[in-house]
Design a protein around this ligand. Structure first.
Ligand SMILES: NC(=O)c1ccc[n+]([C@@H]2O[C@H](COP(=O)([O-])OP(=O)(O)OC[C@H]3O[C@@H](n4cnc5c(N)ncnc54)[C@H](OP(=O)(O)O)[C@@H]3O)[C@@H](O)[C@H]2O)c1
Length: 251
């Protein structure tokens, strides 16, 4: 199936590692001109080189810290200095923030700054251009709605779900869709280095919790992102979808 992504301008946040890196690679393979954003410029440059060596359009590299409230406007300025529009935005940067039940305000503010506020502000930076163009795709990589302990990211990402649903109604007539994808356990830096740092731990977790029996790869998320970005997915908006090998039980 031709997803008709050739030449589309696609911004992917959190592209230096894990799921975001996989999304950037798949969108580039589908012919999109990617813009890859995160803090670690060396990793972004390495990814840009890989994509170019594979014969695809070299991504525009934008290094910035999305915890900084000025970053979204700075990123947009760099993108619009090079391109006259943005067609696709994948808000992927973020991560788990397990917190004590009475965590300090600073810890909550930090969790929300990256997992909610950055998503909202980056979207607001690119939305007017999508509206002018009367076409756009916004995909938010969120997470579980079944917490087993207090986690600042869960709360922030639940906020993203509600905000995204409202936004999807506001911009549907502009030809813009807004959807959220909820990963289960996908190999990435945070999963393989921090949350489940050994193969034995991953095997035991998968056996007990994941009907498919194994952790997913970034491409398992990326292929769904690519489809949702396609003109062929024009009638899918305001949705949340788990991609988790059957791990979550809510339907
Ligand atoms: N992997 C999973 O199973 C899983 C499960 C549930 C939800 N998720 C969600 O999926 C998304 C990707 O997760 P992942 O597992 O792939 O994480 P990861 O391997 O830790 O990668 C996180 C990415 O976000 C970037 N990032 C983090 N903080 C940033 C900041 N302040 N400014 C700019 N970029 C920042 C990192 O780049 P730099 O360090 O270079 O800035 C990196 O590229 C996250 O939103 C996460 O919550 C993942």
């Amino acid at each position: 199936m031709d997803l008709e992504l050739k030449g589309r301008i696609a911004v992917v946040t959190g592209a230096s590692a894990g799921i975001g890196r996989g999304i950037a690679r798949v969108l580039a393979k589908e012919g999109a001109q990617t813009v890859i954003v995160s803090r670690r410029i060396a990793l972004l440059e390495a990814l840009a080189g890989e994509i170019e060596r594979d014969g695809e359009a070299r991504p525009l590299v934008v290094a910035d810290d999305l915890q900084n409230r000025d970053a979204p406007a700075r990123i947009a300025r760099q993108v619009f200095a090079r391109f006259d529009r943005v067609d696709i935005l994948v808000n992927n940067a973020g991560g788990s923030r397990p917190l004590p039940v009475c965590a300090a305000d600073e810890a909550w503010d930090e969790a929300f700054a990256i997992n909610f506020t950055a998503v909202r502000k980056v979207t607001q930076a690119f939305l007017p251009a999508m509206q002018r163009n009367r076409w756009g795709r916004i995909i938010n990589i969120t997470g579980s709605l079944e917490p087993r302990a207090v986690n600042g990211a869960n709360a922030a990402k639940a906020g993203v779900h509600i905000w995204a649903k409202g936004l999807s109604c506001d911009v549907a007539k502009d030809g813009i869709t807004v959807n959220c994808l909820m990963p289960g356990r996908i190999h990435s830096e945070q999963i393989d280095q921090r949350m489940h740092p050994s193969a034995e731990n991953q095997r035991a977790f998968a056996e007990a919790n994941i009907p498919a029996g194994y952790f997913g790869d970034p491409e398992d998320i990326a292929h769904a992102v690519a489809f949702l970005c396609s003109p062929k997915a024009r009638y899918i908006t305001g949705q949340r979808m788990y991609i988790d090998g059957g791990m979550h039980r809510s339907i």
